[in-house]
Design a protein around this ligand. Structure first.
Ligand SMILES: NC(=O)C1=CN([C@@H]2O[C@H](COP(=O)(O)OP(=O)(O)OC[C@H]3O[C@@H](n4cnc5c(N)ncnc54)[C@H](OP(=O)(O)O)[C@@H]3O)[C@@H](O)[C@H]2O)C=CC1
Ligand SMILES: Nc1nc(O)c(N)c(N[C@@H]2O[C@H](COP(=O)(O)O)[C@@H](O)[C@H]2O)n1
Length: 225
Protein backbone atom coordinates (compact mmCIF):
# COMPACT_ATOMS: atom_id res chain seq x y z
CA UNK A 1 0.00 0.00 0.00
CA UNK A 2 1.14 3.55 -0.77
CA UNK A 3 0.25 6.07 1.96
CA UNK A 4 0.11 9.78 1.10
CA UNK A 5 -0.50 12.26 3.91
CA UNK A 6 -1.92 15.59 2.73
CA UNK A 7 -2.82 18.55 4.91
CA UNK A 8 -3.00 22.34 4.95
CA UNK A 9 -1.30 24.28 7.72
CA UNK A 10 -0.75 27.91 8.62
CA UNK A 11 2.71 29.47 8.33
CA UNK A 12 3.18 28.56 12.01
CA UNK A 13 2.31 24.88 11.49
CA UNK A 14 -1.28 24.77 12.77
CA UNK A 15 -4.05 22.67 11.18
CA UNK A 16 -6.79 24.56 12.99
CA UNK A 17 -7.30 26.94 15.89
CA UNK A 18 -7.50 26.04 19.57
CA UNK A 19 -11.27 25.74 19.09
CA UNK A 20 -10.59 22.82 16.71
CA UNK A 21 -13.11 24.12 14.21
CA UNK A 22 -12.46 23.64 10.52
CA UNK A 23 -10.47 26.57 9.11
CA UNK A 24 -10.09 27.28 5.39
CA UNK A 25 -6.32 27.47 4.94
CA UNK A 26 -6.14 26.33 1.31
CA UNK A 27 -7.22 28.49 -1.61
CA UNK A 28 -9.12 27.32 -4.71
CA UNK A 29 -6.03 25.99 -6.51
CA UNK A 30 -5.03 23.83 -3.57
CA UNK A 31 -8.59 22.57 -2.99
CA UNK A 32 -8.70 21.53 -6.69
CA UNK A 33 -5.39 19.70 -6.24
CA UNK A 34 -6.77 17.96 -3.13
CA UNK A 35 -9.88 16.93 -5.07
CA UNK A 36 -7.65 15.36 -7.76
CA UNK A 37 -5.56 13.59 -5.13
CA UNK A 38 -8.73 12.17 -3.56
CA UNK A 39 -9.88 11.00 -7.01
CA UNK A 40 -6.51 9.31 -7.64
CA UNK A 41 -6.72 7.44 -4.31
CA UNK A 42 -8.58 4.25 -3.46
CA UNK A 43 -9.49 5.59 -0.02
CA UNK A 44 -9.31 8.79 2.04
CA UNK A 45 -8.63 8.52 5.78
CA UNK A 46 -9.03 10.74 8.86
CA UNK A 47 -8.97 10.23 12.63
CA UNK A 48 -12.21 10.38 14.61
CA UNK A 49 -11.05 13.74 16.04
CA UNK A 50 -11.48 15.22 12.57
CA UNK A 51 -14.88 13.56 12.13
CA UNK A 52 -16.09 15.04 15.44
CA UNK A 53 -14.62 18.48 14.67
CA UNK A 54 -15.44 18.89 10.96
CA UNK A 55 -18.09 16.32 10.00
CA UNK A 56 -16.30 15.90 6.65
CA UNK A 57 -17.73 14.09 3.63
CA UNK A 58 -14.31 13.27 2.09
CA UNK A 59 -15.90 12.81 -1.33
CA UNK A 60 -14.63 14.06 -4.70
CA UNK A 61 -16.46 17.16 -5.98
CA UNK A 62 -15.42 16.86 -9.65
CA UNK A 63 -17.11 13.54 -10.36
CA UNK A 64 -15.77 13.54 -13.96
CA UNK A 65 -12.42 12.66 -12.39
CA UNK A 66 -13.84 9.38 -11.07
CA UNK A 67 -14.05 5.93 -12.69
CA UNK A 68 -17.52 4.50 -13.29
CA UNK A 69 -19.13 1.82 -11.16
CA UNK A 70 -20.88 -1.13 -12.83
CA UNK A 71 -24.17 0.79 -12.70
CA UNK A 72 -22.63 3.77 -14.55
CA UNK A 73 -22.46 6.10 -11.53
CA UNK A 74 -19.12 7.69 -10.52
CA UNK A 75 -17.24 5.51 -8.02
CA UNK A 76 -16.11 7.62 -5.07
CA UNK A 77 -12.97 6.53 -3.16
CA UNK A 78 -13.70 4.71 0.08
CA UNK A 79 -13.56 6.62 3.39
CA UNK A 80 -11.65 5.39 6.43
CA UNK A 81 -11.82 6.52 10.07
CA UNK A 82 -9.36 5.52 12.81
CA UNK A 83 -11.83 5.28 15.66
CA UNK A 84 -10.73 2.98 18.52
CA UNK A 85 -13.87 3.50 20.59
CA UNK A 86 -16.43 3.80 17.79
CA UNK A 87 -17.15 7.47 18.57
CA UNK A 88 -18.21 8.29 15.00
CA UNK A 89 -21.80 9.58 15.24
CA UNK A 90 -24.18 7.31 13.28
CA UNK A 91 -25.56 10.43 11.54
CA UNK A 92 -22.10 11.71 10.49
CA UNK A 93 -21.68 12.52 6.80
CA UNK A 94 -18.77 10.08 6.59
CA UNK A 95 -21.08 7.10 7.10
CA UNK A 96 -23.67 8.17 4.53
CA UNK A 97 -24.16 6.11 1.37
CA UNK A 98 -21.98 8.31 -0.89
CA UNK A 99 -19.10 5.81 -0.69
CA UNK A 100 -17.92 2.73 1.16
CA UNK A 101 -16.70 3.63 4.66
CA UNK A 102 -14.40 1.57 6.86
CA UNK A 103 -14.41 2.30 10.59
CA UNK A 104 -11.18 1.01 12.14
CA UNK A 105 -12.09 0.25 15.75
CA UNK A 106 -10.35 -1.62 18.57
CA UNK A 107 -11.52 -4.32 20.95
CA UNK A 108 -12.32 -1.52 23.44
CA UNK A 109 -15.20 -0.15 21.36
CA UNK A 110 -18.46 -0.42 23.35
CA UNK A 111 -20.83 -3.00 21.89
CA UNK A 112 -23.79 -0.58 21.81
CA UNK A 113 -21.84 1.92 19.68
CA UNK A 114 -20.78 -0.81 17.28
CA UNK A 115 -24.41 -1.89 17.08
CA UNK A 116 -25.56 1.66 16.25
CA UNK A 117 -22.88 2.04 13.59
CA UNK A 118 -23.66 -1.38 12.11
CA UNK A 119 -27.06 0.06 11.17
CA UNK A 120 -25.27 2.48 8.80
CA UNK A 121 -23.56 1.43 5.57
CA UNK A 122 -20.13 1.43 7.29
CA UNK A 123 -17.92 -1.64 7.43
CA UNK A 124 -16.40 -2.22 10.86
CA UNK A 125 -12.81 -3.47 11.01
CA UNK A 126 -11.48 -4.44 14.45
CA UNK A 127 -7.70 -4.21 14.92
CA UNK A 128 -5.91 -3.72 18.24
CA UNK A 129 -7.01 -4.20 21.84
CA UNK A 130 -7.40 -0.70 23.25
CA UNK A 131 -6.35 1.52 20.33
CA UNK A 132 -6.68 0.93 16.61
CA UNK A 133 -3.59 -0.98 15.44
CA UNK A 134 -2.84 0.96 12.26
CA UNK A 135 -0.42 -1.60 10.84
CA UNK A 136 -2.92 -4.44 11.13
CA UNK A 137 -5.87 -2.29 9.99
CA UNK A 138 -4.04 -1.07 6.87
CA UNK A 139 -3.27 -4.71 6.01
CA UNK A 140 -7.02 -5.40 6.06
CA UNK A 141 -7.65 -2.40 3.80
CA UNK A 142 -4.94 -3.56 1.41
CA UNK A 143 -6.54 -7.01 1.25
CA UNK A 144 -9.79 -5.24 0.34
CA UNK A 145 -8.06 -3.69 -2.70
CA UNK A 146 -6.93 -0.32 -1.35
CA UNK A 147 -3.56 0.36 -2.94
CA UNK A 148 -3.30 4.14 -2.55
CA UNK A 149 -4.46 5.58 0.76
CA UNK A 150 -4.67 9.35 1.18
CA UNK A 151 -4.66 10.59 4.79
CA UNK A 152 -6.01 14.09 5.51
CA UNK A 153 -5.33 14.27 9.25
CA UNK A 154 -5.56 15.33 11.91
CA UNK A 155 -2.33 15.71 13.81
CA UNK A 156 -2.87 12.78 16.20
CA UNK A 157 -3.38 10.31 13.38
CA UNK A 158 -0.53 11.73 11.27
CA UNK A 159 1.88 11.38 14.21
CA UNK A 160 0.84 7.74 14.77
CA UNK A 161 1.34 6.92 11.08
CA UNK A 162 4.86 8.37 11.16
CA UNK A 163 5.58 6.54 14.43
CA UNK A 164 4.51 3.26 12.80
CA UNK A 165 6.66 4.02 9.73
CA UNK A 166 3.60 3.83 7.48
CA UNK A 167 3.96 7.11 5.54
CA UNK A 168 5.39 7.14 2.00
CA UNK A 169 4.66 10.74 0.96
CA UNK A 170 3.73 14.00 2.69
CA UNK A 171 2.25 16.96 0.84
CA UNK A 172 1.64 20.10 2.85
CA UNK A 173 0.10 23.36 1.72
CA UNK A 174 1.51 26.14 3.87
CA UNK A 175 -1.01 28.98 3.80
CA UNK A 176 -0.42 32.72 4.19
CA UNK A 177 -1.77 33.08 7.71
CA UNK A 178 -0.80 32.65 11.35
CA UNK A 179 -3.17 30.76 13.69
CA UNK A 180 -1.09 30.37 16.85
CA UNK A 181 -2.14 28.81 20.14
CA UNK A 182 -0.23 26.22 22.16
CA UNK A 183 -3.30 23.99 22.17
CA UNK A 184 -4.09 24.33 18.49
CA UNK A 185 -3.53 21.11 16.48
CA UNK A 186 -0.31 20.89 14.48
CA UNK A 187 0.67 18.67 11.57
CA UNK A 188 2.02 15.96 13.91
CA UNK A 189 0.82 15.95 17.52
CA UNK A 190 0.71 12.76 19.61
CA UNK A 191 3.60 12.24 22.05
CA UNK A 192 6.15 13.69 19.62
CA UNK A 193 9.52 12.17 18.78
CA UNK A 194 12.48 12.56 21.13
CA UNK A 195 15.60 11.01 19.69
CA UNK A 196 14.81 9.38 16.36
CA UNK A 197 12.99 11.73 14.00
CA UNK A 198 11.41 10.58 10.75
CA UNK A 199 13.58 11.87 7.90
CA UNK A 200 12.03 13.45 4.80
CA UNK A 201 13.32 14.11 1.33
CA UNK A 202 12.14 17.30 -0.38
CA UNK A 203 10.79 16.44 -3.85
CA UNK A 204 9.02 19.65 -4.86
CA UNK A 205 8.19 23.25 -3.99
CA UNK A 206 5.39 25.11 -5.76
CA UNK A 207 3.89 28.56 -5.17
CA UNK A 208 0.11 28.37 -4.88
CA UNK A 209 -2.78 30.44 -3.48
CA UNK A 210 -0.37 32.94 -1.89
CA UNK A 211 1.36 30.11 -0.02
CA UNK A 212 3.52 27.17 -0.93
CA UNK A 213 2.97 23.48 -1.60
CA UNK A 214 5.74 21.26 -0.24
CA UNK A 215 6.11 17.72 -1.52
CA UNK A 216 8.15 15.34 0.62
CA UNK A 217 8.83 11.62 0.39
CA UNK A 218 9.90 9.33 3.20
CA UNK A 219 13.07 7.44 2.26
CA UNK A 220 12.93 3.72 3.03
CA UNK A 221 14.68 3.27 6.38
CA UNK A 222 17.66 0.90 6.55
CA UNK A 223 16.98 -2.19 8.69
CA UNK A 224 19.12 -2.32 11.87
CA UNK A 225 22.14 -4.58 11.37
N1 LIG B 1 -5.93 21.72 7.86
C1 LIG B 1 -6.05 20.44 7.55
O1 LIG B 1 -5.57 19.99 6.50
C2 LIG B 1 -6.75 19.52 8.48
C3 LIG B 1 -7.19 19.96 9.71
N2 LIG B 1 -7.77 19.10 10.59
C4 LIG B 1 -8.10 19.61 11.91
O2 LIG B 1 -7.45 18.79 12.89
C5 LIG B 1 -8.25 18.73 14.08
C6 LIG B 1 -8.46 17.29 14.47
O3 LIG B 1 -7.22 16.69 14.68
P1 LIG B 1 -6.95 15.73 15.92
O4 LIG B 1 -7.67 16.25 17.11
O5 LIG B 1 -5.48 15.54 15.99
O6 LIG B 1 -7.70 14.41 15.53
P2 LIG B 1 -7.44 13.21 14.49
O7 LIG B 1 -8.32 13.42 13.33
O8 LIG B 1 -6.00 12.96 14.28
O9 LIG B 1 -8.08 12.01 15.32
C7 LIG B 1 -7.42 11.59 16.50
C8 LIG B 1 -8.19 10.48 17.13
O10 LIG B 1 -8.14 9.32 16.27
C9 LIG B 1 -8.31 8.19 17.08
N3 LIG B 1 -7.34 7.15 16.77
C10 LIG B 1 -7.62 5.83 16.60
N4 LIG B 1 -6.53 5.13 16.42
C11 LIG B 1 -5.51 5.99 16.47
C12 LIG B 1 -4.12 5.80 16.39
N5 LIG B 1 -3.57 4.60 16.19
N6 LIG B 1 -3.34 6.88 16.51
C13 LIG B 1 -3.89 8.12 16.69
N7 LIG B 1 -5.20 8.36 16.79
C14 LIG B 1 -6.01 7.28 16.70
C15 LIG B 1 -8.08 8.63 18.54
O11 LIG B 1 -9.32 8.65 19.22
P3 LIG B 1 -9.76 7.28 19.95
O12 LIG B 1 -8.68 6.96 20.93
O13 LIG B 1 -11.08 7.56 20.54
O14 LIG B 1 -9.81 6.29 18.85
C16 LIG B 1 -7.57 10.05 18.41
O15 LIG B 1 -7.96 10.88 19.48
C17 LIG B 1 -9.53 19.46 13.77
O16 LIG B 1 -9.44 20.76 14.30
C18 LIG B 1 -9.56 19.52 12.24
O17 LIG B 1 -10.26 20.66 11.79
C19 LIG B 1 -7.97 17.80 10.28
C20 LIG B 1 -7.58 17.31 9.05
C21 LIG B 1 -6.94 18.13 8.06
N1 LIG C 1 -6.60 20.57 2.12
C1 LIG C 1 -7.29 21.19 3.09
N2 LIG C 1 -7.22 22.53 3.21
C2 LIG C 1 -7.87 23.15 4.20
O1 LIG C 1 -7.78 24.48 4.31
C3 LIG C 1 -8.65 22.41 5.11
N3 LIG C 1 -9.34 23.05 6.10
C4 LIG C 1 -8.71 21.01 4.93
N4 LIG C 1 -9.45 20.26 5.76
C5 LIG C 1 -9.71 18.87 5.52
O2 LIG C 1 -10.78 18.71 4.60
C6 LIG C 1 -11.85 18.01 5.26
C7 LIG C 1 -13.20 18.50 4.78
O3 LIG C 1 -13.53 17.76 3.67
P1 LIG C 1 -14.96 17.88 2.95
O4 LIG C 1 -14.98 19.19 2.27
O5 LIG C 1 -16.03 17.76 3.96
O6 LIG C 1 -14.96 16.75 1.99
C8 LIG C 1 -11.63 18.30 6.71
O7 LIG C 1 -12.23 17.37 7.55
C9 LIG C 1 -10.12 18.20 6.80
O8 LIG C 1 -9.71 16.85 6.76
N5 LIG C 1 -8.01 20.43 3.92
Amino acid sequence: MHVVVNAAMSADGKLSSRRREQIKISGSEDFERVDRLRADSDAVMVGVGTVLADDPSLTVDETELLPQSDDGTPRQPARVVADSRARTPPDARIVDDAATTYLLVSGAAPVERIKALSATDAEIVTAGETRTDLDAALDVLEAAGIEQLMVEGGGELIHSLFAADLVDELTVFVGPTVIGGRDAPTLADGEGFIDEFPALQLDGVERMDGGVLLRWSVPVSEPNS
